[in-house]
Design a protein around this ligand. Structure first.
Ligand SMILES: Cc1ncc(COP(=O)(O)O)c(C=O)c1O
Length: 344
């Protein structure tokens, strides 16, 4: 039985055909020779291309081994022992882990559960910032696992207040091709870093490429992030092929939007279930705690792998990564079947 993996926020549509063509047509030199992109006055043809896409100087675009690498680089270069990292209380566990690695202190600010989605409580965030004086603040938008984004006006208000720390906006789950806001923000706020990845929308988690747009004051990070022998010559070409495939990804993003709505509508009909609105490639669902193990077992037997959460704040929830449209319908049908036979 072929398994359907919906537990790691991958993109099961897979990459655009042009990305695979890069691998099929790769020449020998791409394997045995270092990059010579520096001769063109840039760290890589990919950072050069992103510089055009965002219309910001190439030196303010950093590349990493996935967004995870860039998040770690920020913490390692800007958080000393005993210094504070401000993170959303419901967020990716990794944020706290990388602060722990450098003996930093994690301070949480709340994400609040609303009627049909989570949202940032920016006044609380600003209050906590003023009293705790952190060195770095993370905002995740859309946030994992809650799926909500920060409203643009709220983000501006936060950035206007958080002037004395480094602010990281993790946009790994950004699904739109609109780059204007991001470019304007890093031009306006010198302490801001926006991090994105090719892992999610572009379905390229396996090639490990993330990038950061950095504000003018982040010279230390820019310097430490530099790789003197260049970047992965094949991965960067695959990433560029993805950027060249806008139509393909627009179609994927549209399908994801349809299926987020489908999950929201269908799961909210099930008694005891609450699906939250999401802007990401996954949906968070609250469910009766006692049904979690039986549902997990039921789905596993049918080859469907979903993340059942076991965190302090989210322990009666599952997070379903969006699959293809076909896979998503299989999930919904199976959950319906589980509920109709009354295994819970
Ligand atoms: C919020 C968030 N940021 C970043 C990442 C890392 O992505 P990448 O594959 O680019 O390292 C993840 C991975 O799941 C994530 O959930």
């Amino acid at each position: 039985m072929e398994k359907i993996y919906l537990d790691r926020n991958e993109n099961n549509y897979g990459p655009a055909p042009k990305c695979l063509e890069i691998v099929q047509n790769a020449t020998r030199d791409l394997f045995y020779q270092y990059s010579t992109d520096y001769k063109r006055g840039m760290k890589s043809i990919l950072s050069g291309r992103l510089s055009e896409e965002f219309n910001i100087p190439e030196k303010r675009i950093l590349l990493g081994y996935g967004a995870e690498d860039l998040l770690k680089q920020v913490v390692q270069s800007h958080l000393g022992k005993g210094e504070k990292l401000l993170v959303p209380d419901h967020s990716w566990w990794y944020y706290k882990e990388i602060a722990n690695e450098v003996n930093g202190i994690n301070i949480e600010y709340p994400l609040v559960e609303g009627k049909d989605s989570y949202h940032y409580d920016i006044e609380k965030l600003i209050d906590i910032y003023k009293s705790e004086k952190p060195d770095i603040a993370f905002i995740s938008s859309p946030n994992n696992p809650t799926g909500n984004s920060i409203e643009p006006n709220d983000l501006l208000r936060v950035l206007d207040e958080l002037k004395d720390c480094t602010v990281v906006l993790d946009e790994a789950y950004w699904l739109s091709s609109d780059n204007k806001l991001a470019a304007n923000l890093v031009n306006k706020y010198p302490n801001l870093i926006i991090i994105r990845t090719f892992s999610k929308l572009y379905a390229l988690a396996g090639i490990r490429i993330g990038y950061a747009l950095v504000g003018e004051n982040l010279n230390l990070l820019t310097k430490l992030s530099n790789r003197y022998l260049g970047y992965n010559r094949i991965s960067q070409r695959i990433a560029i092929a993805a950027l060249d495939s806008a139509e393909y990804y627009k179609d994927v993003a549209n399908k994801m939007a349809e299926d987020r709505k489908l999950y929201f509508d269908e799961f909210n009909k099930f008694s005891g279930f609450k699906a939250y609105k999401s802007d990401a490639n996954f949906v968070l669902v609250k469910m009766p705690k006692e049904s979690m193990t039986p549902l997990n077992d039921f789905l596993k037997q049918r080859g469907i792998i979903i993340k059942f959460m076991n965190e302090e704040l989210l322990n009666s929830h599952m997070r379903i990564s969006l699959g293809t449209q076909e896979q998503n319908r299989v999930v919904i049908e199976n959950v319906k079947e589980f509920l109709s036979v009354g295994i819970n």
